[in-house]
Ligand binder design. Structure first.
Ligand code: NAG
Ligand code: NAG
Ligand code: NAG
Ligand code: NAG
Ligand code: NAG
Ligand code: NAG
Ligand code: NAG
Ligand code: NAG
Ligand code: NAG
Ligand code: NAG
Length: 550
């Protein structure tokens, strides 16, 4: 993915001289753009920050109507870019993300735009304070280009919401993009910005990475503050980046983790002091796969032979062979406890935690604009899309709390699972554990749920996971280069460095990531006088998901 400075300059100069025009700019092709690529083009004077932002805006305008991944664009993005151009001229460039356009999942508070959670009832929810992670990203120079669609309140993996409509998978327009951070997944896959952010209560950073041939990081519980993010579950929520390559993922993770201790999220007190100024981008160099031991979780496969499951099993077999050839010892782990369906049924604590955590968010003093102050009010507003398969979950959550008698025993069960997982690591001297994110291909649009996902193990234990592209299903008429398939690599707490190093080696060995073919086209870059407005297409919600009924 990394283009040398000279190669990049050559491509850009060529297109510049070949196509002189009036109303468009040809200086920067943002397809698969990396942080280093943007910086090389900027600092060598080949392009300006304004043109970098314009080139991503042009891609959004051209391709977003096909995939409906964007909820809003930041009206200040071009002004911020102009300030950055002035700083380049003044020799005042700071920050590892200087002039890097990024997209935020629309459950992150940022001053520039409402935080909707995809919910029509929160359309006017206006934060007056940036989420801790957003503050860190802006402080490092990132430009918030806009916000992406998500499954309403991040409660499922289909990425359909009352405000944002249905997001479409860019590799196969008949499929969902995974979720709940599916808007970020579809947008980053289509090069609408350099990287994006997501949140993950069970699968939500990993399913969109898997379904869009991307990398994501779900960090160890406590590494990154979650304050200023619409919550689902204190125990299970985590936030992190989604990117097109490991280096950008590592840089973004470093910035998001730079918050350190945040009194507004006490899990950040768990972080060891030794990690205070870590730079994960250094972990993309050096090291080796040779001699590492990976556990392979056998319970996280569906061995039925079908068009939906066989491609996943084939991609994982190939992955195992490649890893073994690279000197990794693969140790099959068949313990029956590693069963995602059973773990979700017995230990998931979203239902008792959601209402309390959501009410606390809605009552945050820093939220301006008109909005309800309890989950119950939002639910009965008739502007809250609850798909049929979620109905009983939401009804239960509305009548549950952490005082329920089942809550404390479930938390003990989670502790027990965590001890069991640690024992699996130590008994087998494992460096990491691997399994497919999803046992089957990402589901079709209109499906009742995003079945077959394996994210629950990390969600409950708080162990970190890097998700990487593992392969594609065979091409079909609907999926011209196939449907992306991703693999989770789970490590011990605080092993982010090791996971980034492993992901970096596998990525360099296999080069799996590809662009969706519909967006692998260079677009003419408009010279904008202002940021265009985007209206999400909520008219495309499948009829299987009635709005406002509940
Ligand atoms: C701008 O470019 C377009 C397309 O190349 C051309 O049709 C048009 O005449 C040009 N306008 C001006 C004012 O040069
Ligand atoms: C550099 O830019 C930053 C951000 O705009 C500003 O706060 C700072 O004062 C500038 N420094 C200099 C030396 O101009
Ligand atoms: C965070 O606060 C909650 C509620 O006061 C408490 O139960 C929990 O133990 C605290 N967690 C940490 C890591 O301090
Ligand atoms: C396994 O995959 C088959 C074929 O797609 C599907 O019908 C079945 O429901 C799956 N089983 C489980 C337990 O998910
Ligand atoms: C499975 O895929 C093959 C090859 O694309 C196709 O011919 C067949 O109809 C598919 N089967 C089902 C059940 O969709
Ligand atoms: C996993 O757990 C589910 C639900 O408890 C059960 O139906 C299924 O048989 C288990 N799978 C395996 C492979 O044991
Ligand atoms: C809150 O919104 C009101 C009405 O739009 C506005 O007057 C006020 O300045 C806002 N407060 C903050 C802190 O942004
Ligand atoms: C919590 O208790 C309420 C009232 O008894 C009950 O309706 C709800 O289902 C319980 N929730 C959970 C998650 O156990
Ligand atoms: C703890 O986990 C082990 C392994 O999964 C299981 O056999 C045991 O029953 C669990 N104990 C409790 C108290 O949940
Ligand atoms: C874009 O398309 C070209 C031509 O088909 C192909 O060679 C290239 O690999 C594609 N780029 C990516 C990143 O998939």
């Amino acid at each position: 993915m990394k283009m040398s400075w000279l190669a990049l300059a050559g491509v850009i100069l060529l297109s510049f001289t070949a196509k002189a025009s009036n109303s468009t700019i040809d200086s920067f092709d943002s397809r698969e753009a990396t942080i280093d690529g943007v910086h090389n083009a900027l600092f060598s004077g080949i392009t300006t920050c304004r043109d970098v932002v314009s080139s991503f805006l042009s891609r959004v305008e051209t391709f977003n109507p096909s995939i409906n991944s964007i909820i809003s664009l930041n009206p200040n993005a071009l002004n911020i870019a102009e300030e950055m151009d002035a700083r380049i001229a003044a020799g005042n460039v700071t920050g590892s993300l200087f002039c890097i356009p990024i997209l935020l999942k629309d459950n992150y508070d940022t001053l520039e735009l409402p935080t909707t959670g995809g919910c029509l009832d929160l359309a006017d929810n206006k934060p007056t304070v940036d989420a801790a992670a957003v503050f860190a990203l802006k402080n490092a120079g990132a430009i918030i280009l806009g916000k992406t669609n998500l499954h309403e309140f991040a409660l499922e993996g289909l990425t359909v919401s009352s405000l944002g409509g249905q997001t479409i998978n860019p590799y196969d327009f008949t499929r969902t993009p995974g979720g709940s951070s599916g808007g970020t997944g579809a947008a980053i896959a289509s090069s609408f910005s350099v990287f994006g952010t997501g949140s993950d209560t069970v699968n939500s950073l990993r399913s969109p990475a898997s379904a869009n041939s991307l990398f994501s990081f779900r960090p160890t519980r406590g590494l990154i503050s979650r304050s200023g993010i619409i919550p689902v579950s204190y125990t299970q929520d985590a936030i992190g980046p989604i990117a097109r390559n490991v280096k950008d993922l590592a840089v973004a993770l470093t910035v998001m983790a730079s918050i350190g201790f945040d009194p507004l999220d006490n899990t950040t007190s768990l972080r060891p002091p030794s990690l205070s100024r870590v730079d994960y981008s250094r972990d993309t160099i050096g090291g080796s796969l040779r001699g590492l031991k990976f556990g392979l979780l056998e319970g996280m496969f569906n061995h039925t032979s079908s068009n939906e499951t066989t491609p996943v099993n084939d991609v994982m077999s190939h992955m195992v062979t490649v890893l073994q050839n690279a000197g990794v010892e693969i140790i099959p782990i068949a313990e029956s406890v590693y069963n995602s369906t059973a773990l979700s049924a017995s230990l998931d604590v979203q239902a008792p935690e959601f209402r309390e955590d959501m009410n606390a968010y809605l009552q945050t003093q820093s939220l301006n604009g008109s909005h309800h102050s309890t989950l119950g009010q939002v639910y009965t507003s008739r502007k809250f899309l609850v798909i049929p398969s979620q109905y009983s979950f939401v009804e239960t959550a509305l009548h549950s709390s952490t005082s329920n008698s089942s809550y404390a025993p479930t938390k003990l069960g989670i502790q027990n699972l965590t001890t069991t997982l640690q024992t699996t690591f130590s008994a087998n001297a494992l460096d990491a554990i691997i399994y497919p994110e999803q046992k089957n291909l990402v589901v079709k649009i209109g499906s009742p749920s995003q079945i077959g996902r394996n994210g629950i193990l990390a969600a409950l234990t708080g162990y970190p996971v890097v998700t990487i592209p593992a392969g594609f299903s065979p091409p079909t008429d609907d999926a011209l280069i196939g449907v992306p398939i991703g693999m989770e690599i789970l490590g011990l707490p605080w092993s982010e460095s090791k996971l980034i190093n492993i992901a970096s080696h596998i990525s360099a060995l296999m080069h799996v990531r590809r662009m969706p073919s519909f967006a692998n086209i260079s677009v003419e870059v408009n010279s904008y006088s202002s940021v265009p407005t985007i209206t999400p297409d909520s008219g495309n919600i499948p009829s299987a998901y009635p709005i406002g009924v509940y």
